[in-house]
Ligand binder design. Structure first.
Ligand code: ADP
Ligand code: ASP
Ligand code: MG
Length: 285
């Protein structure tokens, strides 16, 4: 039996009906014969709401406590999904990132995974259980709860897929694949059937949030094939994997955007040494 990792984003686990839908998908996969390891995000906009709650308490940032707080969102999803799977008659167990052996460095709120132990995951998969892991979180070498940065559940999924030697890491989300532009902004955008790791990395790094950039880096290093697809329709999505170099490829794969950037033009800047430094130090401040 081979392992398959299936990751479900926040919109896919937002409420009881959606959680039951996810349970049906993972149970069907298990019944077709694979070992199934599931990674889930916090429901809906829970992570944003937790951040707002902290802001109501303080204007300061307490990184360790923020990680303690934000890691709770994913815990809600794993527990509810495990119950939903068991209701369908399959064995399941939920694990926090720490229990699943996701070991990170000590940088709170943007921790990097340094090791995936996964012994307990393998043991439970071996007993025929569907193992459900909380995305976006781990435990640091100093035994503090850490989180991986926004969108980090994708990274948890790909890291586990690499460690478990999974045949594929399926990323289930609210769009049915990777498009030539964000389909919510550009309705004419087309679904791309196959994208290389390099192209996807560039897209993710320049704003296509459908996949977290670090998850793509991980996939490229460990050669994990990713299949981005919809939680709501069964169609084939987009494959991200190694593409043979001699294959004919379009010059441009997609257009990305980042709403958090702006262009400022300063006119009539005097052409004198030191002026640029003066402007950029003010901007940096
Ligand atoms: P999840 O909660 O499942 O992780 P995200 O919101 O992080 O989902 O990512 C999915 C979103 O990515 C889509 O709803 C879509 O608006 C956005 N997106 C941006 N660029 C693209 C693109 N090129 N192709 C597909 N989706 C894109
Ligand atoms: N819940 C986290 C976030 O909203 C992680 C994730 O969804 O991947 O950023
Ligand atoms: Mg995401």
């Amino acid at each position: 039996m081979q392992v398959i990792v299936q990751k479900f984003g926040g919109t896919s686990v937002d409420g009881a009906e959606k959680i039951k839908n996810v349970a049906r998908i993972v149970v069907n996969t298990k019944r077709k014969g694979d070992h199934v390891c599931v990674v889930v995000s916090a429901p809906g906009d829970m992570t944003d709401r937790l951040i707002e709650m902290a802001k109501e308490i303080t204007g300061n940032i307490y990184p360790r406590e923020m990680d303690m707080l934000l890691s709770t969102g994913e815990r809600i999803s794993i527990a509810l999904l495990s119950m939903a799977v068991q209701e369908l008659g399959e064995k399941a167990i939920s694990f926090t990132g720490s229990q699943a052996g996701i070991i990170t460095d000590t940088s709170h709120m943007k921790a990097r995974i340094v090791e995936v132990k996964a012994d307990r995951v393998l043991e439970e998969l071996g007993k025929g259980k569907i193992v459900i892991v909380a995305g976006f979180q781990g435990i640091s070498s100093e035994k503090h709860v850490t989180t991986l940065g926004r969108g980090g559940s994708d990274t948890t999924a790909v890291a586990l897929a690499a460690r478990l030697n999974a045949r594929v890491c399926e990323i289930y989300t609210d769009v049915d694949g990777v498009y030539t532009a964000d389909p919510r902004m550009v309705p004419e955008a087309r679904k791309v059937p196959l994208i290389s790791y390099e192209e996807m990395l560039e897209m993710a790094a320049t704003g296509a949030k459908v996949l977290n950039a670090r998850s793509v880096e991980f996939a490229r290093i460990y050669k994990v094939p990713i299949h981005v697809r919809s939680s709501f329709v069964p169609d084939e999505g987009t494959w991200i994997k190694e593409v043979p170099e001699n294959m004919e490829r379009p010059v441009i794969t997609a257009v990305t955007f980042d709403e958090g950037e702006a262009k400022v033009t300063i006119r009539r800047v005097p052409d004198r040494p030191g002026v640029a430094a003066k402007i950029f130090s003010k901007l940096a401040e």
